[in-house]
Design a protein around this ligand. Structure first.
Ligand SMILES: [Zn+2]
Ligand SMILES: [Zn+2]
Ligand SMILES: [Zn+2]
Length: 542
């Protein structure tokens, strides 16, 4: 968002209603505890056998991590073999030393009443005194709420043993079920929405739900809780109170990690919900969120929800920006892939920069004539960029001007504004894209293939070698992607059937066997592909 298109908060009318409709009961809670097996929000359990707390550093919970460090950071297998007694909060509290007495201790290993008797007895050794005391025989009056505590309730009006009653008081006497939940969930990863104002709470719940539903980018609970704290401390009533740039500036210290990414995701998810999606919403924006537009041809290897932004804010001339938008929309609607259109937009952006630097007085399309274009032809050569970029600078702009004339978007474009054969820089001989034989021999060597720690990665390498696929194509293959000829012979992945893989694969039954029968092309392959895609999906194209 540029300064000249200052952020205007979308009308909040209906946003609250939309949020209340959109957020499912699963996420509409004060504290959300993700399942440890949830690959997006969950955290695996502590590595110590039987510990139900969430793992963090070294996959140990904080309490076991503290013990591990206190023991001098031994080898993890040694520590896990003997991690010590159960943690506080899971271990039975100590009871009175007198046989049969199940009240909690009140000093000297004795409950309140037996400590008083011991003191009055004049003896010096409480354990010895307790051993001689007659066995207490009382009906069981253990508290019932906390499953790991069987000590007795001290007084009739209380609900827990002495120590747990004290803790309940220290926590401000919360509702009984809340207290029990608090005790049972201690040490488990959680998302705490409770500190947020009502609308902000719904917005974060919606953002978490979206991340959960997208099922592509992880959102660890510390990341989400950090974003919640940032928003709460900002004193806003909605994430839409600030534009994306403002939130980025506020959190610049976290810009290189997922923390800022989640906060921006949350804001943008709410904005999408508020404004809706489609060309009518997107066209007037200076940054198009291509991932929100229906019917756009994605880049190979990109998931449908992968972020893909197209920036017009870097085209500084409004008249040029408007025409560029019109052209790019027409290109996208016609079915051209996002990658192609991004190149087109890049070419217009570079032309805008040329005008800024070399002809800042031109204020309309009428000033774009052949003499100006001839000056432009020499300009890309002095810019950093590839040969392809220098070619695109001519060919894309030529197509752009053609479209303006063809569709009658602006009749002021001079007829001399055209490029001619020979204007594009001569292409140098292309370097061979083949790997040299000695490199291929190393890649194909069974010994080297066996160095993969996962069979899925080994198979992926084989697919790349034999089909000649790009990595992005291979990671986006569907299951059952092979097509067959009339005799049932595999002909290659159908999605890329126009590539040379058809010929390469013909007759290679053993390859189909490795894909279809060996079972390595199972969920694990999705994990490999998914991890590649999810790493890409956070990136923004600009
Ligand atoms: Zn633990
Ligand atoms: Zn006692
Ligand atoms: Zn207790």
């Amino acid at each position: 968002m540029t300064a000249e298109t200052a952020w205007q908060r979308p009308a909040s009318t209906g946003l609250l209603t939309k949020l209340m409709t959109a957020v499912r009961p699963q996420f509409r809670v004060e504290v959300y505890l993700p399942d440890p097996g949830d690959r997006i929000l969950g955290r695996p359990l502590c590595s110590v056998l039987g510990c139900d707390r969430s793992g963090a550093e070294h996959r140990l919970c904080s309490a076991h991590g503290f013990r591990w460090r206190a023991a001098g950071c031994p080898d993890m297998s040694v520590f896990l073999a003997d991690p010590g007694p159960l943690l506080h909060g899971r271990i039975e509290l100590s009871g009175c030393a007198v046989d049969g007495c199940r009240y909690g201790t009140h000093g000297l290993g004795l409950c309140t009443r037996h400590r008083g008797r011991f003191t009055r007895s004049g003896q010096s050794e409480p354990a010895t005194w307790a051993a001689t005391f007659p066995t207490v025989s009382e009906p069981d009056h253990a508290q019932r709420g906390l499953p790991f505590c069987s000590l007795w309730i001290e007084y009739r009006h209380q609900l827990f043993c002495k120590s747990h009653h004290t803790r309940w008081c220290q926590l401000g006497r919360p509702a009984i079920q809340d207290y029990i939940t608090h005790c049972l969930d201690r040490g488990k990863a959680r998302i705490n929405f409770s500190t947020l104002t009502p609308q902000l709470k719904l917005e974060f719940q919606y953002a978490v739900q979206r991340r959960f539903d997208d099922n592509s980018i992880t959102a660890p609970t510390p990341v989400i809780n950090w974003a919640i704290r940032v928003a709460a401390n900002a004193g806003v009533s909605s994430l839409l109170d600030y534009d994306e740039d403002h939130w980025r500036a506020m959190t610049a210290s976290k810009s290189s990690c997922s923390y800022q990414g989640f906060l921006i995701h949350a804001r943008n998810a709410v904005e999408l919900l508020a404004q809706g999606t489609g060309w009518e919403v997107e066209y007037d924006r200076d940054i198009w969120r291509l991932h929100t537009l229906p019917g756009v041809t994605r880049n190979p290897g990109k998931t449908d929800n992968a972020r893909n932004n197209l920036r017009f804010d870097r085209i500084s001339q409004p008249w040029l920006r408007n025409l560029a938008k019109r052209w790019i929309r027409q290109r996208l609607v016609s079915g051209l892939a996002v990658s192609t259109v991004l190149v087109d937009a890049g070419a217009v952006t570079r032309f805008s920069r040329f005008l800024d630097q070399c002809s800042p007085t031109i204020s309309s399309l009428a000033g774009v004539d052949r003499p100006l274009l001839e000056r432009y032809l020499g300009w890309p050569a002095g810019q950093n960029g590839s040969q392809a970029m220098r070619e695109d600078a001519v060919t894309c702009l030529h197509t752009f001007f053609q479209a303006i004339r063809q569709h009658g978007w602006d009749d002021s474009l001079p007829t001399t504004a055209a490029f001619f054969p020979g204007d594009a820089p001569r292409r140098p001989p292309a370097a061979s894209r083949q790997l040299s034989e000695h490199v291929m021999a190393q890649i194909e060597s069974p010994a080297n293939l066996d160095r993969w720690s996962h069979p899925q990665c080994r198979l992926l390498t084989l697919i790349l070698i034999r089909c000649g696929l790009r990595a992005s194509d291979a990671t986006s293959l569907d299951f059952g992607c092979l097509i067959h000829d009339g005799q049932g012979a595999p002909q290659g992945p159908g999605k890329v059937a126009d590539r040379s893989c058809r010929a390469v694969l013909a007759g290679q039954h053993e390859f189909e066997w490795s894909v279809g029968v060996s079972g390595v092309m199972s969920d694990g392959f999705c994990d490999v592909a998914g991890s590649v895609q999810s790493k890409k999906s956070d990136g923004q194209v600009s």
